[in-house]
Design a protein around this ligand. Sequence first.
Ligand SMILES: [Zn+2]
Length: 249
Amino acid sequence: MPVTCLNCGNRFEGKYCSNCGQKASVQRLSASILFEETLHFLTHMESGFLHTTRSFLLKPGISSLNYIAGKRKEFQKPVSYFLIWTGLYILLHNTIINHYHYQLTRELVTDLNIREQSNILFRQHFTIFLLPVIALSSVLLYVIMAKPLYNYIEILTLSLYGAGTYFMISFISDVVLGFIFKINILSVNVFLWQGILSSIYNFWYSFDFFNRTHIRFFWIRLLLVSALIAIGGWIIMLYLPLAWLYFFG
Ligand SMILES: [Zn+2]
């Protein structure tokens, strides 16, 4: 028999509202509901978020093809995936910096030259400076590899999955270097190491995905795009903070 949806007022039959998708059996809030909800969150996180992470780390090519083709239910949505890993990474990064008192103070900064200042600015806000790197990478991937098979937004979406997964790799790298080996994660060597990690992962992702599309001159295009992303990334990360200081500092 038909029920009235408590969320939108639609009359429907079945387990879910045909208009808004809310469950037919909405009960009064109680401890058991809260418990069920928690359990659901944890299992969903395992099947959605962690599954997405594993998929885009180990088999980025087939996962990307599936996602683009419309098999999307098994994956965490791209923007939230990117934001969750970015958030977790920043949280961990700052925890390590504060725990070991690695922070460079503002008083120190005023005595430094502009090059050092921009470097500090970059490392304090490098997620923000990474957004134009992601935009540039997806433009290069689109123009050199993906066109006309895929549109730009599809490549940008995959770049968000890639960037999110890269932050997961950085997260693990920070745990190992910062907590286990107790290395200063603000040092230049760690910064270079993260650049190398990002190039390796980017290469692996591009290889695994575009190798399945059977495009002509695959290796030349792959090497070209990987080199351009690496060079473009470095230029943005070195000069954008400088430009920022020049205009707003
Ligand atoms: Zn409804």
